[in-house]
Design a protein around this ligand. Structure first.
Ligand code: UDP
Length: 395
């Protein structure tokens, strides 16, 4: 590990303060003062960063193949096969879909029509490559099959924690049906369009033009966001983090006793160097967008997953924090990132490259395809059409 350290650092004993890498050309200036400015946590951060470089330095993968382990892991509990009875018990937990002879059919009733349209789009894009199959898709944010309380059932959900058997699928919102804000009244969708726009923004808001500030904007879908909001109120010189209204907003209690803030478009997130992601009700759709700003992403909590999360490596593509971390810990991380600008930029660039190269719209479709091909191998029965289903095939 020490071999990887920038040469100015020399060897660093456990817990001994070390010099800044940004001072790497000024070894003699690595004064006692600077040493003092480095806390124990800075050393921990440096160690984590160097370890990640060591562990993932040769990490390479391409497109949907970066996430194949997720398919394997999600389908593993079903290795004995999925019979008709299991599917029948699964139907109440979501919307039934059948792909048959290159056509897509689904239950007519759909609680969230635009979410269903989002999934219809992906199934239509891959239908010719999928053997006849039947599946049940959960359109709620929350996964359905808790390992502790439920029997094993094959429900597809967009997000889950390790506590659930749900099989993760790429969310509807890559195409349609994401959260509706006043900025995006039709709901966030069209990942392909955001992808282009954010990449353009990252070219304008290059690293040195960005503000040396943490940034978060969003509603209080989880109180895990509170520490950062409170830090921002006390230390606006370190972070700008504010709560906005969402449809459930009733009073200022829902925005932690301050009036809701104005919404900020995703493109304007690119003005800041350190972008925070938190879980919401389940995983937040925010995560993928943040990387395309070429800012460094700080992901708080690792409990909630989407299919692509595990392709990204902590301290290599993004910086991890724990959901219970205190305001002090946020502060010390932000101070570290401001001080260690080169490290922050390096991680920002790698995070950007990963999402830019491996989460294109085509990769999302390829993941859907591979997931359904592998899933269908487990079916022990031949799906049959029934009259409750409508044909949602598009060219
Ligand atoms: N969002 C945004 N600007 C805002 C507030 C939210 O672009 O001012 C986006 C945010 O990035 C996320 C979505 O809107 O993708 C919903 O955010 P919110 O915090 O309300 O809920 P979440 O889904 O993150 O729990």
């Amino acid at each position: 590990l020490l071999n990887l350290m920038p040469s100015s650092m020399g060897s660093v004993a456990e817990n001994e303060p070390m010099c800044s890498t940004s001072q790497s050309t000024m070894e003699s200036d690595c004064s006692a003062n600077l040493h003092q400015a480095y806390t124990e946590s800075s050393n921990e951060y440096i160690r984590a960063y160097l370890k990640a470089k060591n562990d993932y330095g040769n990490y390479s993968c391409s497109g949907y193949k970066c996430y194949l382990d997720v398919i394997k892991q999600d389908l593993k509990p079903f290795s004995q096969g999925i019979d008709k009875k299991m599917i029948e018990l699964t139907i109440p937990k979501g919307v039934k879909y059948i792909i048959m002879d290159g056509r897509v059919y689904r239950e007519k009733d759909c609680l969230f029509p635009s979410r269903c349209e989002g999934v219809d789009y992906f199934l239509n894009s891959i239908k010719e490559h999928i053997p006849n199959t039947q599946l049940v898709i959960n359109f709620h944010d929350w996964p359905q099959v808790n390992k502790h309380f439920n029997q094993l059932l094959p429900v597809f959900s967009f997000s889950k924690t390790d506590e659930f058997f749900d099989i993760m699928y790429p969310a509807w919102s890559f195409w349609k049906g994401g959260p509706a804000l006043s900025l995006y009244p039709k709901g966030i969708g069209r990942w392909d369009e955001f992808y282009e726009k954010l990449v353009q923004k990252s070219k304008i808001w290059t690293w040195n033009k960005k503000k040396n500030l943490g940034f978060f904007i969003g509603s209080r879908t989880s109180s895990e966001r509170d520490h950062l909001i409170l830090l921002s109120r006390g230390h606006p010189e370190l972070v700008e983090a504010k709560y906005t209204k969402n449809q459930a907003w009733k009073s200022i209690k829902d925005t932690l006793n301050e009036p809701p803030s104005k919404e900020v478009p995703l493109e304007e997130h690119c003005h800041y160097k350190y972008l925070f992601n938190f879980r919401g009700v389940a995983a937040s759709f925010r995560f993928k967008f943040l990387f395309l700003c070429k800012s460094v992403v700080v992901n708080v909590g690792n409990e909630w997953d989407e299919f692509f999360y595990r392709g990204l490596k902590p301290w290599y593509h993004y910086i991890p924090m724990n959901k219970d971390d205190s305001q002090e810990q946020y502060k010390s991380l932000l101070l570290f990132l401001i001080q260690e600008d080169e490290i922050a930029q390096e991680i920002a660039n790698r995070g950007f490259d990963f999402i830019f190269n491996n989460l294109k719209m085509q990769d999302v479709k390829d993941y859907w395809k591979e997931l359904l091909v592998q899933y269908t191998k487990l079916l022990k029965f031949k799906p049959k059409l029934d009259k409750d289903l409508v044909d949602v095939t598009t060219p």
